[in-house]
Design a protein around this ligand. Structure first.
Ligand SMILES: Cc1cc2nc3c(=O)[nH]c(=O)nc-3n(C[C@H](O)[C@H](O)[C@H](O)COP(=O)(O)OP(=O)(O)OC[C@H]3O[C@@H](n4cnc5c(N)ncnc54)[C@H](O)[C@@H]3O)c2cc1C
Length: 421
């Protein structure tokens, strides 16, 4: 039976990179945060699974480290368990693997060329020219997001351009991205914080427009944790729906989501390519990204074997041509593409592929449709009016850790202010 504290300096809802980043920053400054997560392990989407001799992340998870202090932070947490992967992301052009993402196929130009219409087509067109965008970048981006570039928000591609570039290679934990999350969780506990898994938040008490408590369910029993500060490291839409008293209706609109089904195949052979991560724009291929974890870390597979992970982006609807396939059909379609359209393995090897696992993330991210921008931002806008509520969300691992740290900074500054007062 776990002892659940009745109060905390701050309650962090969600133990993905945002929540762990927030709690670690607070605990290291002497605060006593409690992190609660609905799942059985920490890490959120940044979890590493093990199946027999194979290890793999939920999708290829590059921590996009862009500065020395952040690298020091990772080194301090992981020591010599951090390795440099000396290969950039690749993409397939004219049947060949080329260095860089589709978005990297042209030199980046300064970010002051903002598209007037707010669309991804306008944004990319003003940077690279419409003809180039149509030939090189459009097919991949449309395949992932399931919309014409004209209907995708410019902000979406701006973030991809800025946050997800790793032109020379990247740093990666030897045990997978989950090893970083586990190290962060251990460091929180060591610094005096508390991390609770299998402890979903059910209600956030916002009586009078300010944070008062979070109610969690543990083994069917409700526990109330009183707190002046709540860090929301979960989607704002979920959080707004947990508010008591209820959030206004305009703050909880329905939003269309995108899904990812990730198929992990064992092709009973050594590595298929030397690349960690490959973008694929071919519309005949169900997946848009392929990754071989063994190319990220030698600890992910025995020397003579590989698992390939294939990320299929789709809509979580019964009529979606990818999502509607059952696991066996989807795995078969992916194996066929490896042997057929892509020709990365011979047809016999493709046919003999066995499925290690199919992971389906039904609500992976909101569809970045321009028309959805107001609905996507509504819950966050309302939550921002509630005192003691701090929203920590990032669209990538490091970005998420930094968003968490930003909330910690605000909370700590508030405490220092009240002590000084
Ligand atoms: C297929 C895929 C590939 C990706 N690849 C990359 C990549 O290469 N590089 C990169 O930087 N980023 C990548 N990302 C994005 C990255 O995973 C996210 O940006 C990051 O995980 C966001 O962190 P987070 O902490 O905000 O949320 P999450 O990781 O989603 O964590 C949220 C946590 O909240 C918990 N939770 C939800 N509801 C409750 C509740 N009621 N009570 C308590 N806990 C709750 C969940 O269990 C979860 O643990 C990828 C994402 C996907 C889907």
């Amino acid at each position: 039976m776990r002892a659940i504290p009745g109060n905390a300096d701050a309650v962090v809802v969600g133990a993905g990179p945002s929540g762990l980043g927030a709690a670690l920053a607070m605990a290291r400054e002497g605060a006593r945060p409690i992190v609660v997560d609905a799942g059985p392990v920490v890490g959120g989407l940044c979890v590493t699974r093990r199946r027999g001799d194979f290890g793999y992340d939920i999708g290829g998870h590059i921590p996009f480290v862009t500065d020395e202090p952040r690298l020091d932070y990772l080194r301090e947490l992981l020591g010599d368990r951090l390795r440099w992967v000396d290969r950039p992301v690749h993409c397939v052009r004219d049947g060949k693997l080329v260095r860089g993402r589709y978005l990297d196929q042209r030199p980046t130009v300064p970010l002051d060329a903002i598209a007037e219409d707010g669309s991804a087509a306008g944004e990319l067109g003003s940077r690279f020219g419409a003809e180039f965008v149509d030939a090189v970048q459009r097919p991949y981006l449309e395949k992932v997001d399931g919309l014409p570039l004209e209907l995708i928000s410019a902000d979406r591609v701006r973030r991809l351009l800025l946050e997800q570039a790793a032109p020379e290679g990247f740093w990666f934990p030897l045990g997978g991205i989950g090893e970083l999350m586990d190290a962060m969780s251990a460091a929180i506990t060591e610094a005096g914080g508390t991390v609770l898994v299998d402890a979903p938040a059910r209600h956030i008490d916002l009586t009078g427009g300010r944070a008062r408590a979070v109610e969690i369910a543990v083994n069917g029993v409700t526990h109330r944790i009183e707190t002046p500060d709540v860090v929301l490291a979960i989607p704002a839409g979920l959080a707004a729906r947990m508010a008591t008293p209820d959030a206004p209706e305009w703050a909880t609109p329905s939003v269309e989501m995108r899904a990812v089904a990730i198929v992990y195949l064992d092709l009973a052979r050594t590595r298929i390519t030397d690349e960690p991560w490959i973008q694929v724009d071919d519309p005949r291929v169900p997946f848009a990204r392929a990754f071989e974890p063994v190319n990220w870390s030698p600890e992910m597979a025995p020397e003579d074997r590989t698992v390939i992970g294939l990320e299929c982006y789709c809509a979580p609807t019964a009529d979606d041509p990818v999502w509607s396939l059952d696991d066996a059909q989807l795995a078969g379609a992916c194996a066929d593409a490896l042997g057929g359209a892509l020709g990365w393995v011979d047809a016999t090897t493709a046919r003999s592929a066995t499925t290690v696992e199919v992971i389906r993330i039904q609500n992976a991210y909101p569809s970045p449709a321009l028309a959805q921008v107001p609905a996507i931002s509504a819950p966050a806008t309302w939550l921002a009016t509630q005192s003691g509520i701090h929203q920590a969300r990032g669209s990538a691992v490091i970005d998420a850790i930094e968003a968490g740290e930003g909330t910690a900074e605000t909370i700590l500054a508030g405490r220092a202010g009240s002590l000084a007062g």
